[in-house]
Design a protein around this ligand. Structure first.
Ligand SMILES: [Ca+2]
Ligand SMILES: [Ca+2]
Length: 135
């Protein structure tokens, strides 16, 4: 005889208790939850522990699923992240005042003689222009 086993809280609030033949039961967990045998409860499934995202991406666990976002300096959908070649933007280091070198996940501006890199604007500005600006 198949008897419905009702164990209060046996599967936590995130799962349904299903009876099996005899007097045992199992927990069918809701979407986004995974059965945890030691605690016998349906716990939020943290997919990020399995590193599902690209090596150059960050994983964020959600109650239902997860999402991946590419790190700064990379473009893509989180499962594929490709280095952004910032130097393709010819104005990224200032027009005619520097040379740009692209790196994996970053880039570098090398200022030409007479120009100094400005941390705030991230371009190479003329030394004379900088002196006037500081006054
Ligand atoms: Ca999750
Ligand atoms: Ca780059």
């Amino acid at each position: 005889m198949n008897v419905k086993v009702v164990v209060s809280g046996a599967c936590s609030v995130n799962g349904n208790c299903e009876n099996t033949f005899g007097s045992s039961f199992y927990c069918s967990c809701m979407l986004g939850y995974k059965y945890d045998a030691p605690s016998k409860k349906c716990l939020g499934d943290n997919e990020c522990l399995d590193y599902p995202c690209h090596a150059n991406a960050n994983c964020t666990d959600k109650m239902n699923g997860y999402y991946c976002t590419c790190n700064t300096g990379y473009a893509g959908n989180g499962h594929v992240c490709i280095d952004i070649n910032e130097c393709r933007n010819t104005t990224v280091c200032g027009i005619g005042t520097s040379s740009c070198t692209n790196y994996e996940g970053n880039y570098e501006c090398a200022c030409k003689p007479g120009y100094i890199y400005q941390n705030d604007t991230k371009i190479c500005a003329g030394i004379i222009a900088q002196i006037i600006f500081l006054r």
